[in-house]
Design a binder for this molecule. Structure first.
Ligand code: NDP
Length: 293
């Protein structure tokens, strides 16, 4: 392996510690405790793990955590009523509805019912528009975490060629917007992109957010490039059991890249750290206080 491994776990711990310090200052100076409400509908096992981790880390940072677990057959109107109550609750500064929702619920409708200033996931249409037009937005946590690692790695990203593989609303598109805002030349690739390998080889920054285990191999990577692997895929292990892998074939890509995030321990931990940072930001904005950097 020639690439430097980017330690997302350590970086996320640093971000969380910084959030915890700012939360304790907020409490001491203003008597305000930032609060995050997480809504989980149904019993998807992966979502339950994410929600548990989010709650635990919220409390560890000194914030208030409000968990709302609803039955899988919860009606849309009951869910919208809960969101309306959370929108009006002054103790709640951030609201996150864990996706995916059960099929009978309209995700767009539900997400757009969250007050934009409390939308710490940054998925509300207002926040999407604010980000796209370069205004002050709530920025989606996973791409924000990727951006923070890239800035830490490179300082300025200005003028770099970035290729984002994946065009989802929660990762690919906001990632591209953030890289554009940092003055990269950005290309978004997807399932219809022609000669995707050659395109990826032009990238100084290559972000993979596809959901296909180990799709991006070393021969897709420009020598010295920085590779950010957003994918989380569970695959069968030889000899039984399962393990987590990314969308990048780590071993072959690490032979060519300059720096690379591992899975697990790369983008994943940064996502929750950014959620906590967004909740703190939302709390400061709600109280007219200066925002943390
Ligand atoms: P989506 O399924 O919503 O989007 C996947 C994207 O990949 C689509 O735009 C699709 O293209 C594109 N794609 C699929 N197959 C190919 C292919 N063969 N070649 C090129 N592009 C392809 O996924 P998400 O964006 O939600 O998630 C992506 C990955 O990131 C998943 O593994 C997910 O688990 C992980 N993830 C990790 C997070 C973290 O915290 N680390 C948070 C969120 C997601 P098209 O639009 O043409 O269909």
């Amino acid at each position: 392996m020639t690439a430097r491994k980017i330690d997302g776990k350590a970086f996320a711990a640093k971000v969380r510690a910084q959030v915890a310090t700012e939360v304790s200052q907020l409490k001491a100076a203003h008597g305000i405790t930032p609060g995050l409400a997480v809504v989980l509908v149904g019993e998807d096992p992966a979502s339950e793990v994410y929600v548990r981790n989010k709650g635990k880390q919220t409390i560890e940072c000194g914030m208030a955590s409000f968990e709302h677990k609803l039955a899988a057959d919860t009606s849309e109107s009951a869910l919208l009523d809960l969101i309306s109550n959370l929108n009006n609750d002054p103790q709640v500064h951030g609201i996150l509805v864990q996706l995916p929702l059960p099929g009978h619920l309209n995700e767009d409708l539900v997400i757009n019912a969250i007050a934009p200033e409390k939308d710490v996931d940054g998925f509300h249409i207002s926040n999407v528009g604010l980000l796209a037009t370069g205004q002050k937005a709530m920025v989606p946590c996973t791409p924000l975490g990727c951006l923070m690692m890239l800035r830490e790695e490179h300082g300025s990203l200005s003028g770099m060629n970035a290729v984002v593989v994946g065009r989802s609303n929660i990762v690919g598109k906001p990632m591209a917007q953030l890289l554009l805002r940092d003055s990269c030349t950005v290309t978004i690739a997807h399932s219809r992109t022609r000669d995707i390998e050659a395109l990826c080889r032009t990238a100084d920054i290559l972000v993979a957010a596809v959901g296909r285990p180990q799709m991006v191999t070393g021969d897709w990577v420009k020598p010295g490039a920085t590779v950010i692997d957003v994918g989380i895929n569970r695959i069968e292990k030889e000899g039984g059991g399962t393990r987590l892998v990314g969308d990048v074939d780590f071993d072959s890509a690490a032979e060519v890249a300059g720096a690379i995030t591992p899975v697990p321990g790369g983008v994943g931990p940064m996502t929750i750290a950014c959620l906590l940072a967004n909740t703190l930001t939302a709390c400061c904005r709600a109280n007219g206080l200066p925002e943390p950097e």
